[in-house]
Write a protein that binds this ligand. Structure first.
Ligand SMILES: Cc1ncc(C[n+]2csc(CCOP(=O)(O)OP(=O)(O)O)c2C)c(N)n1
Ligand SMILES: [Mg+2]
Length: 378
C-alpha cells in the first residue's frame, strides 16, 4: 500500500488553476492507494473479471469502429478511454437498479448482460435498436443530449411512489450523461426535480473533456461535480480511469439513493481517446501531446500492472483474456454482417402500436414511389 491517503488530481497539465482532488484507489502505475471514505474488497477472481470486462468492451468497441470504417455501420460512438468509468459504474449496479444511458454506454450495456450485438442493429440502420428495458434494467440509448436525465428522474420519482426505496433491497436509478450535457436545460431540470423530490438518483457524468469539438472550459467555470451543491445534493469527482474508485464511489451513491437519502452527482474524470463519433476528426481541435498525456493514465494498463504486481494474474491469464476478446469480436462481426436488411416500408409498422389511417396512407404513397424504381439496379 502506498503512503499517501488521497491521491492528487490527475488533471491534465497546463498552467490552469490546480484541479480539485478526486477519489482514486489505483494510480496510473498500478499501485493501490487508500481513501478515508471509499474502498473495495474484491476477491482475486473479481479483480480478474473486472480486467476481462475492460479488455472485452475495448475490443468490441474497436471492432465496431472497424465495421463502420468498412461501411458496415452508419456511425459509431466509441467508448475508447472510458472503459473504467463504464465498467466500474456498471458493475456497481445491483440487479434491481435501473440505468438510463446515452449513445456511448456500450460498456454499461455489457455489464447489464445485454448481448453487445443489440445496439449494432441501430447503428447499422436495420432497426431501431431494441431490447426490453425492463428485462435488463437498462433503458434505450438516447441521442438527444441530456433528455435521459429527465426520463430517469421521472422514473426514480415513480420508484419512490411505488415504495421501493428505504431498504437494502431498494431500487436506485442511474443516469449517464457527458460534460457537454451539463449545459442542457434538461439536465439542470433533472437536478432540481431529483433534489426537491429526494429521488433515488445517481447522476453519472463522464467528463471526457469534450462535447464533440467543444472543450470543457466552454461548459463551465467550476468543476462540474461542485454544481451539485447549488442544487442541494452531494457531488463528488472520481478518477474515471480507475475502475476500482469508480466502482466504490458509484456503489456508495447507489446505496445512498436506495436508502432514500436522495441524489448524488458523480463526475467521472476521464478522457475520450478516440473521435466523438466516426464522423469526427479530433486532430482538428486537440493536440497530440494532450492525448499522449492521457494515454499514460490508461485504465486497462493500470489494472494489468496492479494484477501483475500483486501476482493476482500472469501472462497466461492475460493471453486468455485477449483470445476471448478476439473471439467475441469475430462473433460480433459475423453477426453484424448477417443482419437481414429490413423492408423499406417496415418503419411505418412501428409508428403506432395499432396503426393509423394517416400512416397507412403514407405507407401506400411510399410503396408507389418505390415501385417507380422496379427493375432498376440500386
Ligand atoms: C439536444 C441535442 N443537441 C445537440 C445534439 C448534437 N450533439 C450530439 S453529441 C453532442 C455533444 C455531447 O457531448 P457530451 O455531453 O460531453 O457527451 P460525449 O459525446 O462527449 O460523451 C452534441 C452537441 C444532440 N444530439 N442533442
Ligand atoms: Mg463529453
Amino acid at each position: 500500500m502506498a503512503k499517501r491517503k488521497i491521491a492528487p488530481s490527475l488533471a491534465g497539465g497546463g498552467d490552469a488553476a490546480p484541479e480539485p482532488e478526486m477519489v482514486q484507489l489505483l494510480t496510473p502505475e498500478g499501485d493501490r492507494v487508500d481513501h478515508p471514505e471509499y474502498t473495495v474488497d474484491f476477491t482475486d477472481e473479481q479483480y480478474r473479471d473486472l480486467y476481462q470486462d475492460l479488455v472485452v468492451v475495448r475490443r468490441l468497441d474497436a471492432e465496431s469502429t472497424a465495421l463502420q470504417r468498412q461501411g458496415e455501420l452508419g456511425i459509431w460512438a466509441s467508448l475508447l478511454g472510458q472503459e473504467a468509468a463504464q465498467v466500474g459504474s456498471g458493475r456497481a449496479l445491483r440487479p434491481q437498479d435501473m440505468a438510463f444511458p446515452t449513445y456511448r454506454e456500450h460498456g454499461v450495456l455489457y455489464c447489464r448482460g445485454i448481448d453487445p450485438i443489440m445496439p449494432l442493429s441501430l447503428f447499422r440502420g436495420v432497426d431501431q435498436g431494441g431490447w426490453d428495458p425492463n428485462e435488463f434494467k437498462f433503458n434505450m440509448y438516447t441521442i438527444v443530449i441530456g433528455a435521459q436525465t429527465l426520463h430517469a428522474t421521472g422514473y426514480a420519482m415513480g420508484v419512490t411512489m411505488d415504495g421501493k426505496v428505504g431498504t437494502d433491497d431498494g431500487e436506485a436509478v442511474i443516469a449517464y450523461f457527458g460534460d457537454g450535457a451539463t449545459s442542457q436545460g434538461d439536465v439542470n431540470e433533472a437536478f432540481i426535480w431529483s433534489s426537491v423530490f429526494n429521488a433515488p438518483m445517481v447522476f453519472f457524468c463522464q467528463n471526457n473533456q469534450y462535447a464533440i469539438s467543444e472543450p470543457l472550459e466552454r461548459q463551465t467555470r467550476v468543476p462540474l461535480y461542485q454544481r451539485a451543491a447549488g442544487f442541494g445534493f452531494p457531488g463528488i469527482r472520481v478518477d474515471g480511469n480507475d475502475v476500482l474508485a469508480t466502482y466504490a464511489v458509484t456503489r456508495s451513491a447507489l446505496d445512498h439513493a436506495r436508502h432514500g437519502q436522495g441524489p448524488t452527482l458523480i463526475e467521472a474524470y476521464t478522457y475520450r481517446m478516440g473521435a466523438h463519433t466516426t464522423s469526427d476528426d479530433p486532430t482538428r481541435y486537440r493536440i497530440a501531446s494532450e492525448v499522449d498525456a492521457w494515454q499514460a493514465k490508461d485504465p486497462i494498463k493500470r489494472l494489468r500492472a496492479f494484477l501483475t504486481k500483486q501476482k493476482i494474474a500472469d501472462d497466461t491469464f492475460f493471453d486468455e483474456v485477449d483470445e476471448k476478446a478476439r473471439l467475441d469480436a469475430v462473433d460480433l462481426r459475423e453477426r453484424v454482417l448477417s443482419m437481414p436488411d429490413p423492408k423499406p416500408t417496415e418503419f411505418f409498422d412501428h409508428v403506432y402500436p395499432n396503426g393509423s389511417p394517416l400512416v397507412d396512407e403514407q405507407r401506400e404513397t411510399f410503396s408507389r414511389y418505390l415501385e417507380t424504381f422496379a427493375g432498376e439496379a440500386h
